[in-house]
Every structure is written in structure tokens, then in C-alpha cells.
Design a protein around this ligand. Structure first.
Ligand code: 0O2
Length: 219
């Protein structure tokens, strides 16, 4: 690589690092809220709804690819304007009712600009998850700016399906859900969902018995 190209590359990486900084701050703010809500819920109900929180900022490569796919200029200005998933958090819960508890709790403390319930209405692929775009204020010394964070909330079972399907299928799908493999994934999504709901029924029953014993209203 000649010196000119090396300099350009270093400049691009520096610009990306600077661009991504507030998105990392936004992720940290939402993550801290989620951890506090989980702890509070555990304290009140002897059950922590969150199994795991995963987060990432979108790589420069993915940003460029997504912008190009949508027909926008592949620059950071367009990314700031058009992409809402540069900052992403995935919340993995135990049960479906936990997904809705987490969503409800987040709504009570953050501004939500978009919600998609792919649990009530799974995608044609079989994908199940609850998506929210939250907007977080980042305070600078002289100003406040707002950054979007995509929060995906789903159970362990939904996450298991989504990770495997993402690795084996999602990016090659191109909205054709009629193929043999697509059909298998739709079927497995149904089966996993059924098993997951059976396990959740055990949890609900135990919860009911415990509340009865304590003479409280169940969760
Ligand atoms: P990646 O590689 O995971 O980042 P958006 O494209 O997010 O602006 P939209 O339509 O609101 O627009 O997004 P949607 O449909 O809510 O999906 C957002 C993300 O959900 C996707 O991000 C995937 O991570 C996940 N997702 C959606 N559908 C499927 C699916 O069928 N299978 C799997 N495994 N994941 C899915 P990206 O950017 O498409 O991909």
C-alpha cells in the first residue's frame, strides 16, 4: 500500500472512531438502565427476567454495505441520518412474559420511536423477537444530541433459532420463503416456540403456587 492510501485509511479509521463514540455512550446508558431494571425486578419478584445483555456497534464495513443496499451515499453523514441500528443491544430473557416486562419497563423510562412485535406477528422466515428503537440524549459540555439504539428483546429459545438461522440462512434468503430450507426453519421456529411455552407454563404454575403459599397475587 502506498503512503497516500495508508494516510487515507488512517484518516477513515479515525473518523469512524470519532463517529461511533456517542453511539457507544448511548449503548452504555441503555445497558445501565436495563441492569437496574433487572435488579429491581429481581428484588421485588424473586425472578430476574434478563439472562444476558449483548451489545455491539455496527462495523464500518456493515454501515457501508447497508447504506449501499438502500441506495444511499456510503458516508458517515448518511449513516447518521438513515441508520437506526448503528448502536444495538440484544436482551435475552428466560420467558416470553419477561420480554414484555422488559419492553414495558424500558418504555416507562426511555423515548421509543419505533416498536415491532415479531413475537405476536413472527416474520415469514419464522423470526421471533421484540424490536424497539429508543432515543437516548447524550450530554456534551455545550449541547445535547439524541442517538438511536436498536433494542432486540427475545427469549433464549428465540435467540437460539435466530443465531443459527442467521448463520446458515438469513443473508442468502432474499425474501424467498418458499425454499426447502426456509420451510424447515419456519417449522423449527414453531416447534421451538411450542416447547418454550410448555416450559414457561411450568414457571407460571410454580409462580402461582408460590404466590398462593405467600397469599399474594401471582406475577
Ligand atoms: P444483521 O446482520 O443482524 O445486522 P432495519 O434493516 O433494521 O433498519 P427493519 O425492517 O426495521 O429495518 O429491521 P427488522 O426487520 O426489524 O430487522 C432488524 C434486525 O433483526 C436484522 O438486522 C436482524 O438482526 C434481525 N432479523 C430480522 N429478520 C430476521 C430473520 O428472519 N432472521 C434472523 N436471524 N434475524 C432477523 P439486519 O441489519 O438485517 O442484519
Amino acid at each position: 500500500m502506498d503512503k497516500n492510501n495508508t494516510c487515507k485509511m488512517i484518516e477513515t479509521l479515525k473518523e469512524y472512531a470519532e463517529f461511533i463514540r456517542p453511539y457507544k455512550d448511548a449503548i452504555n446508558l441503555v445497558r445501565i438502565r436495563l441492569e437496574a431494571l433487572d435488579a429491581d425486578y429481581g428484588h421485588l419478584h424473586s425472578h430476574n427476567p434478563i439472562h444476558q445483555i449483548i451489545h455491539r456497534v455496527k462495523s464500518l464495513d456493515s454501515i457501508v454495505k447497508k447504506l449501499a443496499k438502500r441506495g444511499y451515499e456510503a458516508d458517515l453523514e448518511s449513516a447518521r441520518e438513515y441508520l437506526t441500528d448503528i448502536a444495538g443491544i440484544r436482551v435475552i430473557t428466560y420467558y416470553q412474559q419477561d420480554v414484555y416486562e422488559v419492553a414495558r419497563a424500558l418504555k416507562s423510562c426511555l423515548d421509543i420511536v419505533k416498536e415491532s412485535d415479531y413475537i405476536k406477528n413472527p416474520k415469514p422466515s419464522g423470526y421471533r423477537s421484540y424490536h424497539m428503537i429508543v432515543v437516548v440524549p447524550i450530554h456534551y459540555l455545550k449541547s445535547i444530541e439524541y442517538y438511536p439504539v436498536e433494542v432486540q428483546i427475545r427469549t433464549l429459545t428465540m435467540d437460539c433459532w435466530a443465531n443459527i438461522e442467521h448463520q446458515l440462512h438469513y443473508k442468502t434468503l432474499k425474501n424467498d420463503f418458499s425454499g426447502k430450507i426456509s420451510k424447515k426453519f419456519q417449522e423449527y421456529s414453531e416447534e421451538l416456540n411450542a416447547i418454550s411455552l410448555k416450559m414457561e407454563a411450568i414457571y407460571s404454575e410454580q409462580n402461582r403456587q408460590l404466590s398462593e403459599f405467600k397469599n399474594e397475587t401471582p406475577l
